[in-house]
Design a protein around this ligand. Structure first.
Ligand SMILES: Cc1ncc(COP(=O)(O)O)c(C=O)c1O
Length: 351
């Protein structure tokens, strides 16, 4: 395939059928990890192009985003390609591979030194606010509340429709809610019976669990409620603990030869479970967001496993069904909409 530029090359990712034991369900992985950087390349393109169209982002104006992962890389990619100065606000937990990529792409990376009142996230937002004042005309994509984040997944939904047609079950991890809710929202009008399964982590408040900021999984989970998470679109939620998520990523590599991050692992674990329990021919699709390289010393690092005592955490081979309100410490699942979600706004307005 040939594309006019790198921005145009975003998306068009492979859909790969997975072989799962004796299951006669048809299980597919949407390899968002095959984007130039990762799944959020789509979000960065959608938000930045929309802001340029509406005049919120003018020619050559700076873009500032708070992120330490896939969104930062997407903004550095698209912003850089379209001639914008890119500033990324992050914290010391950023991994060295992402940091090297961002700097090499030409982004200026601002690393906050201390936690603020709202933890690392609060400190990052404080610095972002300062930079917005210092850089006149700067644009902040605000992936947690910008409706262009979920809207970016219209293209992913169209690719699924073209490649596969009707789907019975869609599985995705939830951080901002953009990918799962955006894809589900685009598919539901043509597939009203679509079952949407969300994957979160133990210690994330997105689906009513108590927040545990020390959780190790990155990408999914949140300590704040993002406006882009629409619980009404979701039928079922699974939570995995850090050991289960990391172990699942290793299984994904061993069993399917796909080297992904922990969110891809968690989605795979749920896909496998659904495949084993689904009726013959059920079509199940899981979204795998990014590659595993930057997790080489966490998900895939023995030292990290030892230092964090991950082997001490429970490891379930199937989920335990729980009632809404139950606090979980290992793989569990619950039907929505019974899970009441409460929370606070994800991002403060920058004035
Ligand atoms: C690697 C990875 N996986 C999954 C997610 C969750 O995606 P979303 O924000 O669309 O809910 C993110 C979000 O940043 C991510 O970086």
């Amino acid at each position: 395939m040939s594309y006019s530029d790198v921005v145009d090359a975003i998306g068009h990712t492979p859909l790969v059928r997975l072989r799962i034991g004796n299951s006669s369900a048809a299980v597919y992985a949407k390899l968002e990890m095959q984007n130039l950087f990762g799944m959020k390349d789509r979000v960065a393109r959608q938000i930045i192009l929309d802001a340029r169209r509406s005049g919120l982002l003018t020619e050559g104006a700076p873009i500032i985003e708070s992120s330490s992962g896939t969104m930062a890389l997407g903004v550095a990619l698209v912003g850089g390609a379209l001639g914008h100065e890119v500033h990324i606000v992050t914290d010391p937990r950023i991994d060295p591979i992402t940091l090297a990529k961002l700097r090499t792409l030409g982004a200026t990376v601002h690393i906050v030194e201390q936690r603020g009142e709202g933890g690392w996230q609060g400190a990052r937002l404080d610095l972002l606010e300062t930079l917005m004042k210092r850089l006149p005309g700067a644009f902040w994509p605000q992936q947690y509340s910008n409706p262009q984040n979920p809207a970016a997944y219209r293209t992913l939904a169209d690719e699924l429709l073209n490649d596969l047609g009707p789907i019975d079950v869609l599985v995705g991890s939830v951080g901002s809610g953009g990918s799962l809710c955006g894809t589900a929202r685009a598919l539901r009008p043509v597939m009203p019976g679509l079952r949407v399964v969300a994957v979160d982590c133990v210690g994330s408040m997105l689906f009513g669990q108590p927040d545990v900021p020390a959780r190790l999984q990155s990408g999914l989970g949140n300590s704040l409620m993002p406006a882009n998470l629409d619980h009404a679109l979701i039928d079922e939620i699974h939570w995995l603990n850090d050991r289960e998520a990391f172990d699942a990523a290793r299984c994904l590599a061993r069993e399917q030869q796909l080297f992904g991050g922990n969110t891809s692992g968690s989605v795979y674990r749920v896909l496998r479970h659904l495949a084993e329990t689904a009726a013959s021919g059920t079509r199940i699709v899981g979204i795998l967001p990014d590659r595993g390289d930057r997790y080489h010393d966490t998900v895939y690092g023995e030292d990290c496993w030892q230092a964090q005592g991950l082997d001490q955490l429970p490891l379930r081979d199937r989920p335990q069904r729980v009632e809404p309100g139950a606090v979980v410490d290992a793989w569990s699942h619950c039907a929505l909409p019974a899970v009441a979600a409460s929370g606070v706004a994800a991002e403060r307005e920058v004035r």
